[in-house]
Design a protein around this ligand. Structure first.
Ligand code: ATP
Ligand code: MG
Length: 770
């Protein structure tokens, strides 16, 4: 490497620098949390670009979330001191595979405008198949079948590749249904998430020329969070890296938390066998967390037997001990955390104020989120939810999207089924069966089947007219999409109006109706950021993988699983109770595998914290409507005592017995925490009736309700600008091949061979020069 000024190399330690500068050949970086693996990976990309080893579109870089990809792009830009000209192949496995599959869809019998199904669609489809086979859906619930199929897909098994032993474990029924499911998906021109990878692998395996082309194309491959790749992802990587072997992976076996989804920590261990001569770099200095936090995390993970084992140290300050507190119930826990957040925001205990963006609540199970959402809405605290039931998963949004999907592709049967009688049109089960039968016997889509039903007057009563109106409506909307007559935003509003969907909620008198109308407005607003409906629908399918970005400061509420790789100055870890964390399932399982994975999750949680980490548990919790009493998590007992401070629960003034309990007990931390918890239980009634408590309550609810809706705003992010320049030959999924004539922000002016000159969003365009 030529000696050039490279400031981005200066803030790396020697081990990181070694990993960054070894540009060619396989490199594995295996190191604990916060040791700068992601930083080194990012610097490596910068180094590839700065030394001219690769152009932005020659680097294939896999991150765990879309958010992580965006962050990486920003950092690369900052390190280079100039805006990066896009990195089209920096993204998640899914987002990269969508792009690849669109280019070669016909090779797996799909059209390039295939739909990506979400879990809900997937389950509906499976239910139909199960019913059609006359199988008892009590013994074969769709959810279970979905789990089995996903699992096989994660191992890259197509129906004919499922090994006999596995297939017979499910009575061969599983495989048969799997094959039917795949056939049905093809008919629908649809894929599920697992297919994205599965199809691309098949294409690469069956077409040597294409594989060779991509091997030339992706000259360098980088993978973050390698410990959580599954077999299919691993195969895909191995195919692409097979020629030049320029692959570098970073990971941490202690943070492997997706075993339940087919991730194979063994992939890390196999790396050196698969890529002989690989350079293996270990990092030991943690730059993220204070010494107390790091020690608490290390103490917990030390209880795992299955680990490679590594040391971690920090040069940083000791900081505050990890804080531990027990609460009466989940609501109280949420209330207390809300107040803590407000304190940190103002500045408390001699700490300077934190921004809301600096704070995160990391939960084990998404049902824990509701208590926080409710609380934060009440007190008007802006928050964002990542990884839970999200905006786009709400019923009204999914209904509206089904209408949009039909406007784009009238043959989308799943969408048709969803809305055929929503709003109620007098098309009951019998009418729907008639439509399905007609469609099937004529070999056409449901929309066409419905047309036949109308023409043949096969549906009686008021259903006939209603169906005619729906069929014509879909024709009309589709016509508008094709003609691009109105803007897609106007069109969307029109569809919701004409279909009667908006009207349905306007007439609805239930308390949720206003919120649903609000969400529909929000949806239409989100459309403005896109060029057309199809682009929007695709984007939505992809954010199944998470994350939205916006400018207002917000507290983050997310699952521990989604928090991997992230860091926050202030972290709350609520719900450390047996049965919740560790999960009941992991405790019931024989062997330690599940429990060890939960423990790694605890390690991931604590190591997200930079300066302050607070763990809490509640004695009572309502789970799916049922009150349960809870015991503190066994992981609390594993926290090294000297790095933990036990706090007094709210409403108990004076405190002090926490420390006393700690000195006296054999299981000190737990005893202290439980003791203060028990005492709280005893004094609870008195406290709640005391004037002091009432004052505290009214204080915290007075300055409130700054439009709770604001806090829920969802905005859609657009990816950063493109890597194209004038004259580039490109491919667009809808308009085909063309040449770039000009650049305008994140849009390109392209003269298409067939479709003429158009302005399109750069992220829908891929280079076609290679
Ligand atoms: P995780 O395992 O959680 O994904 P990681 O190993 O990827 O962690 P990074 O996120 O890359 O760690 O780095 C953690 C923090 O330490 C970041 O804030 C990063 O900027 C900082 N950091 C990394 N390396 C250095 C260094 N050499 N000098 C100073 N700060 C560093
Ligand atoms: Mg990382």
């Amino acid at each position: 490497v030529a000696a050039r000024p490279a400031p981005y190399l200066d803030d790396l330690n020697p081990a990181q620098r070694e990993a960054v500068e070894a540009l060619d050949g396989p490199v594995l970086m295996l190191a604990g949390a916060g040791t700068g693996k992601t930083k080194a990976l990012t610097s490596r990309i910068v180094h590839l670009l700065a030394t001219g080893k690769a152009r932005p579109n020659e680097i294939l870089s896999v991150t765990f979330t879309n958010k992580a990809a965006r962050e990486m792009k920003t950092r690369i830009g900052r390190m280079l001191g100039e805006a990066v000209e896009g990195m089209p192949w920096l993204g998640t496995f899914h987002s990269i595979c969508v792009k690849l599959l669109r280019r070669h869809a016909e090779l797996v019998e799909l059209k390039s405008n295939f739909t990506i199904l979400d879990t809900d669609d997937q389950l509906r489809l499976l239910k139909q198949l199960i019913a059609a086979e006359n199988i008892d859906d009590k013994r074969w619930p769709a959810r279970m079948l979905a789990g089995i199929i996903d699992n096989w897909k994660n191992r890259a098994w197509r129906p004919d590749q499922v090994p006999a032993s596995e297939a017979s474990a499910y009575d061969r029924r599983g495989v048969r249904l799997y094959a039917q499911y795949q056939a049905r998906l093809r008919e629908l021109n649809a894929v599920d998430f697992g297919d994205l990878l599965l199809h691309v692998i098949q294409i690469l395996q069956e077409h040597e020329d294409i594989l060779a082309q991509y091997r030339r194309w992706f000259r360098y491959i980088l993978v973050d969070e390698y410990q959580d790749t599954n077999v299919a992802q691993y195969l895909w990587l191995r195919l692409l890296a097979g020629g030049h072997r320029n692959i570098s992976c970073v990971g941490d076996d202690d943070q492997s938390i997706y075993g339940w989804r087919g991730a194979e920590v063994g992939n890390i261990l196999r790396f050196e066998t698969d890529f002989p001569g690989a350079k293996v770099v270990r990092l030991e200095q943690n730059y993220r967390s204070t010494a107390h936090i790091l020690a608490a995390a290390s103490g917990i993970i030390a209880a795992n037997k299955q680990r490679l084992g590594k040391t971690l140290f920090t040069d940083g300050e000791d900081g505050e001990k990890v804080r531990l507190i027990g609460h009466w119930d989940g609501e109280e826990e949420a209330r207390w955390i809300g107040e803590q957040i407000e304190d940190y925001q103002r500045g408390t205990r001699g700490l300077s104020p934190f921004s809301l963006d600096d704070m995160a609540i990391l939960v084990r199970a998404s049902h824990q989120m509701r208590a926080f959402e409710d609380r934060f809405l009440t007190i008007g605290l802006p928050y964002r939810v990542i990884g839970g039931p999200r905006f786009y998963e709400r019923m009204e949004i999914r209904d509206a999207m089904a209408y949009f999907r039909l406007a784009v592709s009238p043959d989308d049967d799943l969408a048709f089924e969803r809305i055929v009688n929503t709003p109620k049109r007098g098309l009951g089960d019998k009418a729907v069966q008639t439509i399905q039968r007609t469609a099937r016997s004529n070999g056409v889509s449901l929309h066409e089947g419905a047309r036949l039903c109308v023409e043949g007057r096969l549906i009686s009563g008021k259903g006939h007219a209603a169906l005619r109106e729906l069929v014509q409506g879909i024709d009309r909307w589709h016509g508008q999409v094709v003609a691009e007559a109105d803007t897609h935003v106007e069109l969307a509003e029109m569809i919701l109006d004409e279909s009667g969907y908006t009207g349905m909620w306007q007439q609805d008198k239930t308390p949720e109706a206003p919120g649903r109308l609000e969400n529909l407005k929000e949806l239409v607003k989100a459309l403005e950021n896109f060029d057309n409906l199809q682009g929007f629908l695709e984007h939505i399918a992809l954010i199944m993988e998470n994350d939205s970005e916006d400018s207002e400061e917000k507290v983050t509420v997310m699952t521990l699983h989604a928090a991997k790789g992230l860091e926050f100055p202030v972290v709350f870890l609520p719900g450390w109770e047996d049965g919740l964390f560790p999960s009941q399932r992991s405790m019931d399982e024989s062997g330690m595998k599940g429990l060890e994975e939960e423990r790694r999750l605890a390690y991931v949680g604590i190591t997200r914290a930079e300066r302050i980490c607070t763990i809490s548990f509640a004695g009572n919790r309502r789970v799916y409507g049922q009150w349960q009493s809870q015991l503190p998590s066994r992981f609390i007992d594993e926290l090294p005592e000297s790095h933990v401070e036990v706090l007094t629960p709210p409403g108990l003034y004076g405190g002090g017995y926490g420390a006393a309990g700690m000195a006296a007990s054999a299981s000190p931390i737990l005893a202290a925490a439980s003791e203060s918890h028990l005492q709280q239980r005893a004094v609870r009634a008195d406290v709640y009736n005391s004037p002091g408590w009432k004052r505290m309550q009214s204080k915290s609810s007075s300055r409130r309700v700054a439009q709770p809706q604001e806090a829920r705003n969802i905005t859609i992010d657009l990816e950063a600008s493109s890597s194209f320049t004038v004259g580039d030959r490109v491919f667009h999924q809808k308009f085909g091949y063309g040449e770039v004539m000009g650049l305008e922000g994140d849009k390109l002016v392209i003269e298409f061979d067939k479709a003429g000159t158009k302005n399109v969003v750069a992220r829908f365009v891929v280079s076609a020069t290679q």
